[in-house]
Design a protein around this ligand. Structure first.
Ligand code: ADP
Length: 268
């Protein structure tokens, strides 16, 4: 793999707060999915969200991607409020321009790879840098080639997504997300749709990215050994709240909460 990952090394000074959820509530009809949720993530940290299905983990990633809006509370990424912006000393609802800016700083990889089926691999990766960031074609292709090297797919840049395995498609999706040089990478159960033999290749690429870059990662996964390897912090969710958090060696070996013990007992 290339030593030059084409990723920012100094996106935000390590240790500074990058993501803040302040009493965030999200309801779908009468169902309160997130209940006055508070948490923060520092720049460069890798945070894994674990917990039973339906506990609100994916909703958090979708809120950060601005695919959903909270009903109450404040979400902040860096200096930018996703929910509000400051104008004349008052907080007013965040405008489209502001939200677009935040979205550029956050990359997301989904369970289903969502590649553009009509575009070859290289173009899947260059499309957003050219059209959203305004990069020249040559520069975008150089960046894409570096990322394809990082995910081990240099030999496949001229293929269409359907000519690749699911694991290879997911690695293209990771390269595509990184091509925007986001400060934050959101990973939503990225191996759940893969055949078991393809999971390790994708997780190895993510381990490599976690190890060699300063990108901030928020990861929803059921792959507990992966979570243990890459996480600085693990947040355990139940019914829309963080019931326990800490470093993986604490959460996975000596959890305090009965619900955490039950959950880990079921998945480990
Ligand atoms: P998790 O990722 O922890 O499995 P989710 O965040 O996907 O949980 O979902 C939390 C709850 O919110 C679930 O009960 C789910 O059915 C519900 N939910 C999620 N998205 C929607 C939606 N768009 N409309 C209605 N209910 C939703």
């Amino acid at each position: 793999m290339s030593a030059d990952t084409h990723l920012p090394k100094d996106a935000a000074p390590g240790g500074t707060e990058l993501i803040r959820f302040d009493r965030v509530t999200k309801r779908f009809g009468a169902h309160t999915v997130l209940d006055a949720l508070d948490f923060t993530v520092s720049a460069g940290k890798h945070v894994t969200l674990i917990g039973p299905s339906g506990s609100g983990k994916t909703t958090i990633l979708r809120l950060l991607m601005t695919l959903l809006k909270p009903d109450e509370g404040t979400i902040k990424v860096g200096d930018a409020y996703l929910t509000h912006e400051e104008k004349g000393g008052r907080l007013i609802p965040a405008g489209e321009k502001h939200i677009r800016e935040v979205r550029k700083n956050i990359g997301m990889v989904f369970q289903q790879f969502n590649l553009f089926p009509n575009m070859k691999v290289l173009r899947n990766i260059t499309e957003a840098p050219v059209h959203v960031l305004g990069l020249g074609k040559d520069e975008a292709e150089e960046r894409a080639r570096g990322l394809l090297d990082l995910v081990g797919l240099t030999a496949h840049l001229d293929k269409y997504p359907t000519q690749l395995s699911g694991g290879q498609q997911q690695r293209v999706a990771i390269a595509r997300a990184l091509a925007m040089r986001p400060q934050v990478l959101l990973l939503d159960e990225v191996t759940s749709a893969l055949d078991p033999e393809l999971v390790a290749g994708v997780l190895d690429v993510l381990r490599d990215i976690a190890r060699t870059t300063d990108i901030t990662m928020l990861c929803v996964t059921h792959e507990m050994s992966f979570a243990r390897d890459i996480s600085d912090d693990v947040l355990m969710f139940d019914a829309g709240r963080v019931i326990e958090s800490g470093p993986p060696e604490k959460i996975f070996t000596d959890p305090e909460h009965e619900r955490t013990r039950e959950f880990l007992g079921a998945v480990l």
